[in-house]
Design a protein around this ligand. Structure first.
Ligand code: NAD
Length: 307
C-alpha cells in the first residue's frame, strides 16, 4: 500500500524495532502453568480438563485442535475432546455441551470454528456454561469485559495484553489504534486497552483514510487478515506494533509462507517494537486458552488465582 503521511514518519529507529517474541513468552507462561498444575492437581485430586469439540474434516481446524491438545498435554491439562462427522446434528452437539457442563472433570469447553454448514455456532456458544467458556466468547464473559468485571477473557486479545505487559508497555495515557472490529479480536482488544486506560480509536473496512489514523498510534494493533495492509509510512516513529493477522501467501515462490497484516520490514524500521508472524500473537492465543482453563479450574475448586 502506498501512502504519504507527515514527513516525520520517515524517521527510522536505529537498529530497527525490538522483536516481541510471543513464542518465547508463550513457552515461559506454559512452564508456569505446568508448575501450577503440578502443584494443584494432587491437592484437588484431578488435573484441569479441557474439552475441544470439532465437527467435520476441515484440515486447518484439525491442525488447530491437535495443537491445542498437544499444548494441554505439555502443561498437564486432561483433554476431553470429541470429534464428530460433518453430518452431526445441532441437537447432538447441544446435548454433548450440556453433558460437559455437568462433568466435574471438565473446566473448559470450546467449539472449534468454522462448523460445517447448517450448524448454528451461536446457539452452541450460548449453551456453554459461562464459567467453562475457555474461549471467553460467551456473551456473559463479553459483558463482564465490557463492565470491567473479572471473567474469562477472549484468548487472542488477552494474549496481546500479555505481550504488552511482558514488554513493559503500559497502555495508560497512550493512544491505541485497533484496526479490525471483529467480535473475536478487534472489539475485545479495544475494550481491554480501554480498561488499561489507553485512549482507543477503532478503524475498520469503512475507515476512509486508514494511514491517517494508524500514524497517530502509540500502540497499533492490526487484526484484519490482509497481507501488508499497513506499511512503515502509516506508522508513527517509535510505535509499538502488534500484528494479529495470519495470512498464507499463495503466489508462486511464496510456498504458502505465513505473513501478518503489517509490512514487516518497513514497519520494523520505524516502530520501537513489533510482533513477528509467525511467532508473535499466535502462540499466545493457545497459551491464553490453557490459562483460562486453569483459571476456571482454580475458581471451580475454590483456589485463588492471580488477578
Ligand atoms: P474478521 O474477518 O472477522 O474481521 C476483519 C476485520 O477487518 C473487520 O472488522 C473489517 O472491518 C476489518 N477490515 C477489513 N478490511 C479492512 C481494510 N481494508 N482496512 C481496515 N479494516 C479492514 O477477522 P478476525 O477474526 O478478526 O481475524 C483477523 C485476522 O487475525 C485474520 O488474519 C485472522 O486469521 C487473524 N487471527 C489471528 C489469531 C492469532 O491467534 N494470531 C486469532 C484470531 C484471528
Amino acid at each position: 500500500m502506498t501512502s504519504v503521511y507527515p514527513p516525520e514518519n520517515s524517521a527510522r529507529v536505529a537498529g530497527g524495532a525490538k522483536i516481541l517474541d510471543g513464542k518465547g513468552l508463550a513457552r515461559r507462561l506454559q512452564q508456569q502453568l505446568q508448575q501450577t498444575v503440578d502443584k494443584l492437581a494432587p491437592q484437588v485430586g484431578r488435573p484441569p480438563g479441557l474439552a475441544v469439540l470439532m465437527a467435520g474434516d476441515n484440515p486447518a481446524s484439525a491442525a488447530y485442535v491437535r495443537n491445542k491438545e498437544l499444548a494441554c498435554e505439555r502443561v498437564g491439562i486432561a483433554s476431553f475432546g470429541e470429534h464428530f462427522p460433518a453430518t452431526v446434528s445441532q441437537r447432538e452437539l447441544q446435548e454433548t455441551i450440556e453433558r460437559l457442563n455437568r462433568d466435574d472433570r471438565v473446566d473448559g469447553i470450546l467449539v472449534q470454528l468454522p462448523l460445517p454448514n447448517g450448524l448454528d455456532d451461536r446457539e452452541l456458544l450460548l449453551a456453554i456454561d459461562p464459567d467453562k467458556d475457555a474461549d471467553g466468547l460467551h456473551p456473559i464473559n463479553l459483558g463482564r469485559l465490557m463492565r470491567g468485571e473479572p471473567g474469562l477473557r477472549s484468548c487472542t486479545p488477552a494474549g496481546v495484553m500479555e505481550i504488552l505487559k511482558d514488554a513493559n508497555v503500559d497502555p495508560s495515557g497512550k493512544h491505541a489504534v485497533v484496526v479490525g472490529r471483529s467480535l473475536l479480536v478487534g472489539k475485545p482488544i479495544s475494550l481491554m486497552l480501554l480498561g488499561a486506560n489507553a485512549t482507543v480509536t477503532m478503524a475498520h473496512s469503512r475507515t476512509p483514510d486508514l494511514g491517517a489514523v494508524t500514524c497517530t498510534a502509540d500502540i497499533l494493533v492490526v487484526a484484519v487478515g490482509k497481507p501488508a495492509l499497513v506499511d512503515g509510512s502509516m506508522v508513527k516513529p517509535g510505535a509499538v506494533a502488534i500484528d494479529v493477522g495470519i495470512n498464507r501467501l499463495a503466489a508462486a515462490g511464496d510456498r504458502g509462507r505465513l505473513v501478518g497484516d503489517l509490512e514487516f520490514d518497513s514497519v520494523r524500521a520505524i516502530a520501537s517494537a513489533i510482533t513477528p508472524v509467525p511467532g508473535g500473537v499466535g502462540p499466545m492465543t493457545v497459551t491464553m486458552l490453557l490459562e483460562n482453563t486453569v483459571r476456571s479450574y482454580c475458581q471451580r475448586c475454590g483456589i485463588e488465582t492471580r488477578a
